[in-house]
Design a protein around this ligand. Structure first.
Ligand SMILES: [Zn+2]
Length: 256
């Protein structure tokens, strides 16, 4: 395993990462994504080598599922550890913005994989309607959501604070902006301390809360909503376009 910023087992051990993701997606026990039955599933165990760890069987509808089924992380062939690491890198305090090459370097993966992973995360982030400030998710994520939402109207400085009419007008444009975006403070995920329970004093605790919030948003978004959001997504687009251009260009000028 290559060196990573944190030595929390969640970012290194596949089982710990999956357990943390399950706890974040299903705080009250596993729910079947196919039939929404609660407490009706069990983890498929046994000697068989072919089964994937974390695969569950639902007694109600007799179908199988894992944590990522029905979420944006479905069918990506990326390990749980890498998703956890991506969430950590995006929630870091230090960097303002993150480009695809930077993420690829931090996670020790190819440009292509990093771009695809960022795409999945950004699709779901567009749907986020909760509170937002730089401390809640970290600067890179906040900047992305702000871009997707459009600029927030100025709240202070009425034209003339002496006039009640002018004072009342302040914040009206903000209310209209909020209504248009359907913002809702209750959509803000509240960290449950799943990652913090792994106790790592060397890491800032606030940072782990950000990782948790980001993962909760990504794991709990409706797939249909994320698909609709994909159309209006604008961040990280530049890298994707550049990547596709590079890919189809052949040395002799022929088309791929
Ligand atoms: Zn079911």
């Amino acid at each position: 395993m290559t060196a990573f910023f944190s030595d929390n087992p969640v970012f290194h051990d596949e089982h710990a990462a999956r357990a943390a993701m399950e706890a974040l997606r299903w705080p009250d026990g596993p729910v079947c994504p196919h039939c929404h039955a609660k407490q009706q599933s069990f983890e498929i165990g046994g000697e068989k080598q072919s089964r994937r760890a974390g695969l569950r069987h639902c007694r109600a509808c007799r179908r199988q599922f894992s944590v990522t089924v029905g979420t944006a992380l479905e069918r990506t062939r990326v390990s749980y550890v890498h998703w956890m690491r991506l969430a950590y890198v995006l929630s870091q305090t230090g960097s303002r913005t993150l480009s695809v090459p930077e993420v690829a370097e931090a996670l020790h993966m190819t440009y292509k994989t990093a771009a695809r992973m960022l795409e999945r995360v950004s699709d779901t982030l567009v749907t986020y309607k909760g509170l937002l400030d730089k401390k809640r998710f970290g600067p890179p994520v906040t900047e992305f959501v702000v871009k997707a939402r459009g600029p927030q109207p100025r709240l202070r400085f009425p034209q003339n604070p002496r006039y009640a009419k002018h004072r009342a007008r302040v914040g009206q444009s903000y209310v209209r902006w909020k209504e248009r975006l359907k913002l809702d403070a209750s959509a803000t995920p509240i960290p449950t301390g799943v990652l913090r329970s792994k106790e790592n004093p060397s890491l800032p605790q606030e940072n782990l809360d950000r990782v948790e919030r980001l993962l909760m948003v990504v794991l709990n978004v409706e797939q249909a909503e994320a698909r609709a959001a994909r159309k209006k997504r604008s961040g990280w687009e530049w890298h994707r376009r550049r990547f596709q251009k590079v890919r189809i260009r052949l040395p002799n000028g022929a088309r791929a």
